[in-house]
Design a protein around this ligand. Structure first.
Ligand code: NIG
Ligand code: FE
Length: 423
């Protein structure tokens, strides 16, 4: 059967065995590694995990597909908890503006940034948008992401936002990845509403959100809460309206300036507060008290040529359960959780073990999937990746190439590295 599989002889099997919730503080350093490890998947679900010898004793049945992971690292598929997967066009030309010292918000105010992508996304047909986004999704899967959150937010009118979310649904139907959809209608004020953010938000709340909910096109609602975009009071309006409709919440919080985003995330009971490069101390303490997951996105300052990375070390020491995401978007075209982990270690003072916890079980918690994915334990989904390195510390250490050799989703091999040149 294609969804029965045995993976054996792993030099390190990172199980992350433990509570089915986001891990905090020292828990983030415990990867529960099994050496010479193996796991068995049946019917798409993990049925055994342990030393190779003992797993083989129980599950050495004929005809079951085997992967020999000798000398390799085996771990849970990455959960990417923050992406803007579906958009039209690209913005490579902004690199030159950034190199000349223009800030992200200056580029946005000059009609670039999000608003440029809104134009390209509105102009794209549904089929074109699907194919552009599918290329990215294929690459994310090849880099080991098996669960991916995907936001709308480049439509900013009713039909275009619905087009993005419908495209997201079709991608989820057609590709071997779990996709968690998020409505981000409050991503920017579109040019038709320039100078009237409150009117735009009324439109989002009254005309778009109910339709999104009725058609079950999104599980989460998010908002870009930032000085110069939406204030905390404006963001609260959208989030409370979504909560009323039964949606779970996220906040783009304090990316450039302390804007009350972290405080708001805690106040409204958001599952995660994302970015957190410049949060206030009160905001951070509020996140700790309410167990809000802090989703850090080090690809964003990297692509924005900024030195303002979130202080991952401090957030973890304070007790915030930290997760990592790519923030894939046209400003930050990052499809790789491996590169994201490397940035977290090099730029945010996180250890390799913390970064791996942040990219698996903690990011699963950031999208409400912690009971189903994010660790290799009996009963969890068979979402497993094999990397061609001997230990987990090699993942952040060796950046810039794809270390995955096999990606398994629900017990099926969905991607394999091509044969090497000398074989
Ligand atoms: O998460 N910060 C807001 N939104 C995106 C960027 C969007 C864009 O530049 O197109 C982010 O970084
Ligand atoms: Fe984002």
């Amino acid at each position: 059967m294609p969804d029965d599989i045995l993976i054996i002889n792993a030099s390190e099997l990172v199980t992350l065995k433990g509570p089915k919730r986001a891990r905090a503080k020292r828990e983030m350093s415990d990867l529960a590694i099994v050496r010479d490890g193996a796991l068995a998947i049946s019917g798409g679900v993990i049925v055994d995990v342990g030393r190779t010898e003992s797993v083989l004793k129980e599950h050495d049945s004929q005809g079951v597909e085997r992967i020999d992971a000798s000398g390799k690292l085996v771990m849970p598929g990455f959960v990417d908890p923050h992406t803007h997967l579906v958009y039209g066009g690209s913005r490579e030309f902004e690199l030159e503006f950034k190199a000349k010292g223009k800030s992200y918000l200056e580029i946005l105010k000059g009609g670039g940034g999000i608003l440029r992508t809104v134009k390209d996304t509105r102009a794209a047909s549904a089929s074109d948008l699907f194919h552009q986004s599918a290329r990215r999704l294929e690459s994310m899967i090849a880099h080991g992401s098996t669960t991916i959150e995907a936001k709308s937010g480049y439509g900013l009118d009713r039909d275009s936002e619905l087009k993005i979310l419908e495209t997201t649904r079709k991608l989820a139907d057609d590709y071997p990845a779990d996709i968690v959809p998020t409505f981000l209608g409050a991503h920017a004020v579109p040019s038709e509403y320039e100078g009237c953010p409150d009117d735009y938000l009324s439109f989002v709340i009254e005309d778009v959100l109910p339709e999104v909910r009725k058609r079950k096109l999104a599980e989460f609602c998010d908002v870009f809460c930032e000085k110069g975009v939406f204030t905390a009071d404006q963001s609260r309006r959208v989030l409370l309206a979504a909560k009323e409709l039964g949606m779970k919440l996220k906040v783009h919080a304090d990316e450039f300036k302390a804007s009350g985003g972290a405080e708001l995330a805690a106040e409204v009971g958001a599952v995660s507060a994302d970015h957190l490069a410049r949060p206030s101390d009160d905001g951070l303490m509020a996140l700790v008290r309410k167990d809000v997951v802090g989703v850090l996105l080090p690809g964003t300052p990297y692509s924005s040529m900024s030195k303002e990375y979130a202080d991952g070390r401090r957030l973890i020491d304070l007790g915030i359960p930290v997760a990592l995401g790519t923030d894939l978007n046209p400003n930050c075209w990052n499809e790789s959780m491996q590169f994201t982990i490397s940035l977290a270690c090099h730029k945010m003072r996180m250890t390799p073990a913390e970064a791996i916890t942040a990219a698996t079980i903690n990011s699963a918690a950031a999208v409400g999937m912690e009971k189903r994915v994010g660790t290799l334990e009996r009963g969890k989904r068979g979402d497993v990746i094999v990397l061609d390195v001997p230990s987990h510390a090699h993942v952040p250490y060796r950046f810039g190439t794809n270390l995955c050799s096999t990606v398994v989703k629900d017990g099926r091999v969905v991607w394999e590295k091509a044969a090497s040149l000398d074989s």
